[in-house]
Design a protein around this ligand. Structure first.
Ligand code: AMP
Ligand code: ZN
Length: 472
């Protein structure tokens, strides 16, 4: 049974979805005004691991991650770059998907955009008005926090404490400093949509309430995001959705810890950030994902080169085993060899026990390292292993290390990233291409034939040169 720590109840709970075989889950996505940093990547990767594990357990997962494609930051960037807000959003949406793919994060079932749900957002605000939770001042519509008795239930904050803390936020139009924008009146030169309150655009919080309701229904199973979203964003989503629908909004709230640099949260505003695409120039997605998996999702994760290097070294253990598997004849001969005493089921059991315990990925990774060590030992001790043994090894790694954690890629190439071998081959391919450009075919052939002799086959196509280990 999967257990999950629920921020709402502050307890680890058994996970029971509303419909037996289906999980509906929503994760707050990025505001597309820039490349995302490796701190944001932690939230995307851990959500991906959660989704993959739910699928591993046989659930059909409907996974929604929104894109905030209209917002103050986007408008500011558009003014700086002298392009439209739409162009900014399009550029960074494309970059977002590119970077996700490089990180081996699978796309959500749907990535709804705020600007494509203006109609639903307006309907939602109208419902809040009708139920007495919203007020309009001059074309700016606010949520009336004092009307929602349970405000603060997610973050555990009390309204009166919050009141005192929020006084710095002076806005003459609000009844209470904690009230937040549902609809923002357009200022001169800003993008806008027509609405019952005049020209304007939606606030940030309302887009998640409206889009989750549209795609997942009024009550759904899991809502996740980074710790920084608990208050006010998720608190406000609850206030909106429960006031509009008069139903419980979400059963399980999951929050990811911060990725830190020198014990400080990585953030755009502090300037202590690395974009995911820059980190990916130096390290493979697998190294990054292993580093992330080695820390529990709720705890802080310290990020630096040394830790990445050590994750990269950890991966070599997997790579060495995968190399051994790839050296086997293809297809494997049938039915020969002596079956070793190797209990695959116990490794599945231990892996699942770790993941079922509130996604204890560090423990799950430890199980995988034990598995690799024990397989290597078995290979060393048994000369004549049956093909089934190797197939079972591959299947286990494919389901767990690759399928759930995404820390290896059995299909990518027989030679895995992270080893010096791969880098040397790529360097030689590069040199060969230079030689070909200079029409030095004697040298380019020498490089190809030399690699061939080492068992590395090159394949040229219009997209460039790829390589694989020649099958025996
Ligand atoms: P943003 O684009 O800032 O709205 O953030 C997108 C996602 O990344 C949200 O779920 C944030 O909570 C999360 N996030 C932002 N900074 C960090 C960080 N340093 N560590 C972990 N998650 C973060
Ligand atoms: Zn959200």
């Amino acid at each position: 049974m999967l257990t999950i720590y629920n921020t709402l109840t502050r307890k680890k709970e058994d996970f029971v979805p509303i419909n037996p075989n289906e999980v509906r889950m929503y994760v707050c996505g990025p505001t597309v005004y820039d490349y995302f940093h490796i701190g944001n990547a932690r939230s995307f990767i851990m959500s991906d691991v959660l989704r993959r594990y739910l699928e591993y357990k046989g659930f059909n997962v409907k996974y929604i991650m929104n894109l905030t494609d209209i917002d103050d930051k986007i408008i500011k960037k558009a003014n700086e770059e002298k392009i439209s807000a739409k162009q900014v959003a399009e550029k960074y949406t494309a970059a977002f998907f590119e970077d996700l793919e490089k990180l081996k994060v699978r796309r959500a079932s749907i990535h709804p955009k705020a600007t494509e749900h203006i109609h639903e957002i307006i309907d939602f605000i109208e419902q809040l008005e009708k139920n007495g939770f919203a007020y309009n001042v001059n074309g700016n519509v606010f949520y009336d926090v004092a009307k929602f008795n349970e405000y603060g239930k997610l973050s555990g904050k009390k309204l009166d404490e919050l009141d005192a803390g929020a006084r710095v936020d002076v806005n003459e139009e609000k009844k209470n400093p904690l009230d937040f924008s549902l609809w923002k009146k357009a200022k001169e030169g800003e993008p806008f949509w027509d609405s019952p309150w005049g020209k304007g655009r939606p606030g940030w919080h309302i887009e998640c309430s409206a889009m989750s309701c549209k795609h997942l229904g009024e009550t759904f199973d899991i809502h996740a995001g980074g710790n920084d979203l608990i208050f006010p964003h998720h608190e406000n989503e609850i206030a909106q959705s429960e006031a509009a629908n008069k139903k419980k909004f979400v059963n399980y709230w999951i929050h990811f810890g911060f990725l830190n640099i020198n014990n400080e949260k990585m953030s755009k505003s502090l300037g202590n950030f690395f974009t995911a695409r820059d980190v990916l120039k130096l390290y493979s997605a697998e190294s990054i994902r292993l580093l992330f998996s080695q820390t529990h999702y709720r705890g802080p994760l310290e990020f630096n080169d040394e830790l990445l290097e050590s994750a990269k070294r950890g991966l070599e253990k997997f790579d060495n085993l995968i190399d051994k598997l790839s050296l086997l004849p293809n297809p494997l001969p049938k039915g020969e060899g002596i079956s070793p005493n190797f209990d695959f089921q116990s490794y599945y059991k231990n892996f699942e026990a770790a993941m079922d315990d509130d996604l204890n990925t560090p423990q799950a990774v430890a199980v995988l390292f034990d598995f690799v060590r024990d397989v290597n030992k078995t290979i060393a001790e048994n000369e004549n292993l049956p093909p089934e043994f190797y197939l079972n090894v591959k299947e286990f790694l494919s389901k767990t290390a690759q399928g759930v954690l995404g820390i290896i890629d059995l299909e990518k190439s027989d030679i895995q990233g992270g080893s010096i071998e791969k880098e040397l081959i790529e360097l030689l391919i590069h040199l060969r291409n230079d030689a070909r450009k200079e029409k030095n075919f004697a040298l380019s052939d020498k490089i190809r034939d030399g690699l061939n002799e080492l068992g590395i086959e090159l394949k040229d196509s219009k997209d460039g040169t790829t390589y694989k280990r020649a099958k025996k």
